[in-house]
Structures are given as structure tokens and as C-alpha cells.
Design a protein around this ligand. Structure first.
Ligand SMILES: Nc1nc2c(ncn2[C@@H]2O[C@H](COP(=O)(O)OP(=O)(O)O)[C@@H](O)[C@H]2O)c(=O)[nH]1
Ligand SMILES: [Mg+2]
Length: 329
């Protein structure tokens, strides 16, 4: 029986060919498995894909193993979200990370000064967010594994040097990079195509060095980019614009905070739990007490548009800064 492979499957195969790290390969193989037509004629292919996934998963990675460590696999740790920077050489990526976090990054006037990813933590109010400084991308140069770092983050910051004469070219290089690796939706793919939903990443364009740019430069870039992703203009020499950037990163990373409260006690306002926008009180219960989640009955809430202590069901969607008291049976 002919396999009758679909264009989606062929695209997934193409992603597999481009993959340079084990994590990327597994993502592509999973996608191949999802999109392969399911009938007798593809049974052996399905089995083969499953075998390849299992093999890649079983391969040792990380410290102390024979295999080389994937330097682009950056654990998020306790941060509420992770944003990775993307841009051509000298666009100002390291400067942003240097100004917003405690990371020791290398800022230099010459290109290719950043050769490995460097994570640092910035704070928006009480939410720690990890920023990852990255080596540059150019039309012809990409380090093995680099795409993996972008695939796993919550937000990509596309950094453009607004003061440079080649700012349009920078945008084109970044856009091509993102589309070719399916990190943003390719032009010919429908907006609610499920297949691409877990591959694509949310992006924010950050035009830097606006202290050196000409009036009107930002407007031109805004018109160019905003149909694809939100855009903001900053200068690391202007503290106000850095404060705006911090807030914007928090907003675009799309998380909500919830403070846990035990019955009869004051809430713990020191460390919020962070969940993606759209999460429910049940998701919170699962996050806090994984083993008790089945016994979750209801929650009481102190928050937006609710009476203090009002009871809410499992599927209540958390709003930022809700205080939640969980009740189990
Ligand atoms: N005037 C000005 N210079 C900046 C700004 N951001 C970065 N730079 C300079 O641009 C150069 C390249 O910055 P860097 O952060 O190393 O770029 P990267 O290669 O993308 O990491 C350095 O000389 C920085 O001092 C800014 O907002 N304003
Ligand atoms: Mg750098």
C-alpha cells in the first residue's frame, strides 16, 4: 500500500533533517508520528519513528556522561518564564541582558563576542524571569543546537539595532531564521493549524539604541513588524525605557501569578506561583500538590471581580495576583 505522505509529514521530515540536537530531533520525530497517515501501509514507518524516539530519549546527556553536553539546553530553574534573545551581531543583545540581570555577559563593539548562551535573572515586581543572551545569528551561520534553545523558551526577543543603516536587513535575517525553523508561523500555514501550535514561539521585537536613531526610524520598523509580532523601542542608556521593556517582557511571556493561602491563615505574599495565562485553579492544585490533585474539591479566592473568599470551581481561570485557598477532600 502506498504511504501517501502529506505535506505536513514532509515538513516534519524537513525539520528532522535540520535538527542539530537530540531535543530538536525528538520534537521533529514526534511531529512526524503525529502527521503520518495512519494505515497499514505506514505501520513499519510508524514503528521505526517510535524506535528512533526511544533511542534518542535513552541516550545519556549532560554531566558525567560520555555524550557531549548540549550547551543550548538551559534549565529554567525556579524562574516564572524564560526569554531568549535573537539578533544579528552587535545588535545589542548582551547589553540588554547586562542591564536587566546579574549575568556576566560580554558587551563589545566587535561582532561575535558572545559564543555561548548566558542566562541571567531579571525581576518584574516579584516574578523572576530568565533572560538568555545568545550568540548571534547571521544568514549563513548558526551554531549546532542553537535552535533548541529557542524552541524551549517561552518568548523570543528579536533584537534589532535601530540606529544601524542595515536594520531592514537585520529584520529579514531574523525573520528568515524564525520561519525556516518554524519558530514562527510560515506564511502558508493557517493561524489555528494545530500541528504548528506547539512548535512556534511567541516573539517580541526589541529595537535597541534608540538614543542613536533618527526620528521616524522606529515608526518605519513598527509598520514593518507589527503584523507579525509586537514591537518596542528601547535604549540601555535610558532607565525609563528599560523599565518599560521589563514590564513588556512580563506581559508578553503571558503568565499569571497566584498566591497560596492556607485556611485560617494569611496568604504567603512572598513567592507567587506562576502559571501560563489560561491556567485554572485545578492546574494550580496540580502544581502545588501533584499527589493530592485528584482530591481537589474547590478553591476560595480573593481577587479580581470576586467577593473576598468566594468559592470557585475547578475550571476557574486564574487572574494575575489572585490569592487562592485550596480545599481537598
Ligand atoms: N548608544 C547605545 N549603544 C548601545 C546600546 N545597546 C548596545 N550598545 C552598544 O552596541 C555595541 C554592541 O552591543 P552588544 O550588547 O555587545 O551587542 P550583541 O553583539 O548583540 O550582544 C556595544 O558597543 C554596546 O555598548 C544602546 O541602547 N545605546
Ligand atoms: Mg553579545
Amino acid at each position: 500500500m502506498p504511504a501517501n505522505l502529506t505535506p505536513e509529514y514532509k515538513k516534519a521530515e524537513e525539520l528532522f533533517r535540520q535538527a542539530t540536537s537530540a531535543a530538536e530531533k525528538v520534537t521533529a520525530l514526534e511531529l512526524m508520528l503525529q502527521t503520518i497517515p495512519k494505515h497499514k501501509g505506514t505501520d513499519h514507518m510508524q514503528a521505526d519513528i517510535k524506535r528512533r524516539i526511544a533511542k534518542l530519549r535513552a541516550e545519556p546527556t549532560g554531566k558525567g556522561s560520555a555524550r557531549k553536553k548540549d550547551i543550548f539546553h538551559i534549565p529554567k530553574g525556579t524562574a516564572g518564564g524564560q526569554a531568549a534573545l535573537l539578533g544579528t551581531p552587535n545588535s545589542g543583545k548582551s547589553s540588554i541582558v547586562a542591564h536587566l540581570t546579574n549575568a556576566h555577559v560580554h558587551v563589545a563593539e566587535y561582532p561575535f563576542s558572545t559564543t555561548v548562551p548566558v542566562p541571567g535573572i531579571m525581576h518584574y515586581e516579584d516574578v523572576p524571569i530568565q533572560l538568555v543572551d545568545m550568540p548571534p545569528v547571521t544568514a549563513g551561520h548558526i551554531l549546532p543546537g542553537q535552535v533548541g534553545a529557542y524552541r524551549q523558551c517561552d518568548l523570543i526577543l528579536v533584537v534589532l539595532d535601530l540606529s544601524a543603516t542595515d536594520v531592514m536587513e537585520q529584520w529579514r535575517t531574523c525573520l528568515d531564521f524564525l520561519q525556516q525553523r518554524t519558530l514562527i508561523r510560515p506564511d502558508d500555514v493557517d493561524e489555528d493549524d494545530k500541528l504548528y501550535k506547539h512548535l512556534i514561539r511567541h516573539c517580541l521585537t526589541v529595537c535597541t539604541k534608540n538614543d542613536l536613531a533618527q526620528p521616524g526610524d522606529f515608526e518605519v520598523m513598527r509598520k514593518m513588524c507589527e503584523s507579525r509580532m509586537p514591537i518596542i523601542s528601547v535604549s540601555v542608556n535610558k532607565p525609563n525605557s528599560l523599565a518599560c521593556l521589563t514590564q513588556r517582557i512580563f506581559e508578553e511571556i503571558r503568565i499569571v501569578r497566584a498566591y497560596a493561602k492556607q485556611p485560617g491563615k494569611k496568604p504567603d505574599m512572598n513567592e507567587p506561583f506562576t502559571l501560563s495565562i489560561g491556567s485554572t485553579v485545578f492546574d494550580l492544585a496540580h502544581k502545588i500538590h501533584r499527589e493530592l490533585a485528584d482530591k481537589f474539591r474547590f478553591a476560595r479566592i480573593w481577587g479580581h471581580n470576586k467577593h473576598p473568599g468566594q468559592q470557585v470551581p475547578h475550571d476557574y481561570q486564574l487572574q494575575d495576583k489572585d490569592i487562592i485557598e485550596l480545599h481537598f477532600s
